[in-house]
Every structure is written in C-alpha cells, then in structure tokens.
Design a protein around this ligand. Structure first.
Ligand code: ADP
Length: 207
C-alpha cells in the first residue's frame, strides 16, 4: 500500500463503544451447512438486542447476494469470501457493534486470518457442531440432497472438506442441545468473559 497512509480520525472505536456502553466483539459461528449457525446466531441476537446491546448479524447466505456475489465455492473464492467478511466484521466492531458472523468458514487458516486481524479478546470462535448425518436429515434448504445428486459441486461435507476448530472459545453440540440451551451457553460465556454489562437473564427452556 505505497502512498496510502492510515488516517487517524478523532472519533475512534473506544468513543463509539463507550457511547453504546458495550464491548465490541466478533462472535464467529462456524460449522457445517444446516448445523444451526444462523438459527443460533439469530436467537442470540434477539436476546442481546432486547437487553439493549447494539448488534449486527452477518449471514453467509445474505452476503453472497451482494458483497460477495461475484464469488463461487472454489477454495480460492471461499478464502476471499471469508477475508472480505472478516474485514467487514472488523469494521462493524470498529463501529462499536457486537457482530455475529454465521459462515461455514470450513478452512482453519481462513478463520485464523480473521482472528489475527482483530484484538485477541474481541474474536470468539463458536463451533456449531452437528454430525453430517444430522445436518443431512435437517437439510432445510434441500442442499445436501442436491449435492448428493451431483447438482451442487464442492459442497462442504460432501465433496469439500470441513476443518473443525480444535480449540474454539465455545463448542456447541447442536445435534444434542436445543437452540435455547445453545443461547444460554453463549450468554454464560459472554458474561464470564466480562462482555455483558450486568449479568444476563437465561433463556427459559421449555420441556
Ligand atoms: P446453518 O446456518 O448452519 O446452515 P440453519 O440455522 O440455517 O443452519 O439451519 C439449521 C436448521 O436446523 C434449522 O431449520 C433449525 O430450526 C434446525 N435445528 C433443529 N435443532 C436445532 C438446534 N439444536 N440448533 C440449531 N438448529 C436446529
């Protein structure tokens, strides 16, 4: 980046975060398609918003309609997809927001790049873990069925690999635990790491 110098503006991340009375964060959900990333991230976002936090949910399917609509699913395009989204998440955290990012993000190295562009205590990796069998049974968009018929190529879990995180901040067992249990696990982690202002109300779990 020759001749391009970073401009340090007067209003900075700290000011924006203080105005919102919150700690900016990137909560990064990774897992197979249909593991529950969007569902759990959306449920957590609802709770945080009702409790007065300022959030932004970046969703894998949605960004491919705009920001990343020129990208496909080759390894190189997946890498570029995550690089762009990581930069957007960083900008949104810089704006003082709690960012929830729900992306398959199958490659460890790409998730690591996002981790490294953020301050250490602002990146929370959440492994939404559900077995391939369960994801295939859920298949809410019929994508596994298409992939198995060969109509979608390079589908994660079928003919493209998923590299599970080895040491995520949070490991959700989304084929065992309910969405409410997953949200409570997330809230408990955020609370214990000091990210929440004054405790939290657990989500009621109906029998
Ligand atoms: P992803 O974003 O990982 O592709 P989605 O959230 O879009 O996954 O889809 C997951 C599907 O599984 C949804 O239809 C959701 O209602 C269902 N589901 C069933 N049980 C759970 C659970 N415990 N956690 C998350 N999703 C679940």
């Amino acid at each position: 980046m020759n001749n391009i110098v970073w401009h340090q503006h007067t209003i900075d991340k700290h000011t924006r975060a203080e105005q919102k009375s919150q700690k900016p964060l990137v909560i990064w959900f990774t897992g197979l398609s249909a593991s529950g990333k969007s569902t759990i991230a959306g449920a957590l976002e609802q709770i945080l918003t009702h409790q007065g936090y300022h959030t932004y949910l970046l969703d894998g399917d949605n960004v491919r309609h705009g920001l990343c609509k020129d990208l496909g699913f080759s390894d190189a395009d997946r890498k570029e997809n995550i690089r762009r989204v990581g930069e957007v998440a960083k900008l949104a955290a810089d704006a003082g927001l709690i960012v929830l990012a729900a992306f398959i993000s199958p490659f460890k190295a790409d998730r690591q790049i996002v981790r490294e562009i953020l301050p250490e205590d602002e990146f929370i990796e959440v492994f939404v873990d559900a077995s391939l069998e369960v994801c295939q049974q859920r298949d809410p968009k019929g994508l596994y069925e298409k992939a198995l018929r060969g109509e979608i190529k390079k589908f994660t879990g079928i003919d493209s690999p998923y590299e599970a995180p080895q040491d995520p901040e949070i490991h959700i067992h989304a084929d065992r635990d309910s969405v409410a249990e997953a949200v409570n696990q997330l809230l408990a982690y955020l609370d214990s790491s000091g990210a929440l202002k004054s405790g939290y109300e657990p989500v009621k779990i109906s029998a």
